[in-house]
Ligand binder design. Structure first.
Ligand code: GUN
Length: 282
């Protein structure tokens, strides 16, 4: 069998950021601006938001943090978003999830202008994605497609299986793979023969949120395995894939950490530059 390829998202993200920094240098007028809204003080969200802000600074994107108290009402949050929608120096708006139970993530997603929706969660961008039009699409799936293309992994005609049906990863991942002419299945907790389905996959994407759930019984020899999981366990950060168990039989695999995680942030920056430079008709 061909040698195993460990797909380093960290390395690729660095290259993406370098290219973005060059692109930003060439922009005439003001630099791109990203507003990051965070509600409450969930420690994991704080870490992610500070990583996003730091990444912005490194490529030349001006980031603005909007910190709101846990007790903020949905109406007040929508007013903040409206101010950012109207602010001409803000190209991208992101509201960090999860939100407190009294605020609807769907209502918030729909309140951000589609052309500033760098998460790609607005129904207009979801529609554009499924219709095969251009738009702003969720950062993690966009990054995964770019990583596969960067490593010349053939998507056209491949059998792709995604385990997980979230709006952030599973569903947009399916749409993007379909665009690239893969044959796509989305598996979830009600799938009858999960192992059997996964074993048919040339490209297997694990986004289930269960530590080391995917073992070699789920993997076709030579397959490409993409691990979207970030699970905090007593052993530290682990993915949805049991890396040591799966690596000996697959053709290519992303590690955790250093795989998909860095891509999400790199492609958030890329979406921000896209909304600054191209703009998307709303
Ligand atoms: N929380 C976890 N992942 C994400 C993401 O991609 N975007 C936002 N806004 N919040 C998240």
């Amino acid at each position: 069998m061909a040698e195993l390829s460990v797909l380093s998202g960290r390395k690729f993200a660095k290259e993406v950021r370098r290219n973005l920094a060059e692109e930003i240098e060439k922009i005439s007028g003001r630099p791109p601006g990203l507003a990051v809204v965070i509600v409450g003080d969930d420690p994991a969200s704080r870490v992610y938001v500070s990583m996003k802000e730091k990444a912005c600074g490194r490529v030349g994107i001006v980031s603005t943090a909007v910190n709101l108290d846990e007790s903020v009402s949905q109406e007040e949050l929508l007013q903040e978003i409206n101010k950012l929608n109207e602010n001409p120096t803000v190209d991208g708006i992101l509201c960090q999830l999860p939100l407190p139970a009294h605020i609807s993530a769907d209502v918030v997603a729909s309140a951000i202008l589609p052309e500033k929706d760098v998460d790609g969660f607005h129904p207009v961008n979801v529609g554009r994605l499924w219709r095969g039009e251009d738009g702003l699409f969720p950062c993690t799936p966009v990054g995964i497609i770019a990583l596969l293309e960067h490593h010349n992994i053939k998507i056209d005609g491949a059998d792709a299986v995604i385990v997980g049906r979230s709006n952030i990863v599973g569903k947009p991942m399916a749409a993007l793979l379909l665009r690239e002419s893969a044959t796509v299945s989305i598996a979830h907790s009600h799938t009858s023969d999960l192992q059997g389905l996964c074993r048919k996959a040339d490209i297997l994407i694990a986004a289930v949120g269960r530590p080391r759930f995917i073992t070699r019984e789920f993997v076709k020899p030579g397959a490409t395995v993409i691990d979207v999981g970030i699970n905090r366990t007593d052993d530290g950060l682990v993915g949805d894939v049991d890396f040591d168990n799966v690596a000996p039989i697959c053709g290519a695999i992303t590690p955790v950490p250093g795989g998909v995680g860095p891509l999400t942030i790199a492609f958030l920056l890329s979406n921000t530059v896209k909304s600054r430079t191209i703009g998307v008709v709303s």
